[in-house]
Design a protein around this ligand. Sequence first.
Ligand code: ZN
Length: 472
Amino acid sequence: MEENKLIFFIILILVSLSALSLLFPVPYFSNPATDISAAGAPEEQAAAIKSLPDTLGEIIENHEGLPFGEVHRKLQKVVMITSLKEELPEEEPSKEEEESSSVAEELGISEVSYIRYTTTALNIRADAHIEAERIGGFSEGAEVHVIGELSNDWVQVAYQDTEAFVHGGYLQEIDPAEEADEESSKEEEEPSSVAEELGISEVSYIRYTTTPLNIRSDAHIDGERIGGFSEGAEVHVIGELSNDWVQVAYGDTEAFVHGGYLQETDPAEDPQAEPDPDEDDATVVGNPGAIDVLVNREYRLPADFTPPNLVEPNVSMAPNTNHRLLRSEAASALEALFDAATEDGIILYARSGYRSYSTQETLFNNYVAEHGYEEATRFSAKPGHSEHQTGLAMDVTSEQVDYRLTQDFGNTPEGQWITDNAHRYGFIIRYPQNKESVTGYMYEPWHLRYLGVDLATAVYESGLTYEEYLGY
Ligand SMILES: [Zn+2]
């Protein structure tokens, strides 16, 4: 009841602020970037997050335990970064024009008809703009029927019976399925590179990456990926191009990154530097490979622990799911659970399984760089402390919540089915509602932990958290 009151007051305050902003419009509210941060109502926040491209799936899937406001802040930063790349239109429709015309209408559409193929998993949107509503997605290499062209590089595509748009920068003429065949027989033509075509101005200065960043062999998103910089890495820029890409010193080879992800300030000079992982004084568990191992804020896995027998369960995966593995016992159990759900008309999707120590380390360090150490520990597991490193945890989701890891999932038929039935297949909802003080994590209706049928059923029937069940 306390929480409900608190939420009510927060909504009341946000609604009041929104009303004030309409009465007293100030520049703060008319800047597109800050509009996102100012989005107060839950619907607006949800819309802001839904509008993010699928390439952010990885970030989103790793935000379990993160309070909503923090997810929002993190994603907001990415929205602004993305806007650098996607080139927002000069002017947002003004707030007064409630029924504002769409970008597509404003720009006009030239009718065309040809086939292209996606170079990456791609969002389909209701308007020709990165912030337009996401109405679907194409997988990488999908065939796309382009039916209209706009001057802002977006294209209209045939998609169901609705107006649908994608960014043309992620489409190519060549069918990647055929491209693979041609690879071997390909003539040794040296196609001229984007870098050669545009010309490079020699420079020499140091920048720092604002995000993990691909290094490519050409100054273009389709250039071959030849390496990567971690977030905050020092980069020696040696050339500038007119398309915002820069040439960087990287071994002896020509290497390029997008300049939009570089900043002048060295994040390491931030007083809140990365903590030394050795400072973690938690107890290292003696049985990291045991099915019933307890991993939480107090007990951690050894850094070098990799679970045995990792396999990909044969279940439906959410789009852009990178971490697909589970230990074989858990994978079989998950398959049985998904099959049983399907028989009951419940369609589930796996979203994130095994994550290595180093993956969690990167993730956590990114949070620390952005939020500071103290704050980061409130919502992200430190390396060694994530159940995902056991290979016994899988996050699941559903189409209804747009494949996200959100507490709303708990209210869907899929979430309720999981709550009622997971133990029959050996899983528990590891972070139940109103148990944050015990588990250290807020309610995560999506996070399944495999314990085997007997133990999972015993924990379920006890009504306790795993910590309480074990007597901690
Ligand atoms: Zn999880």
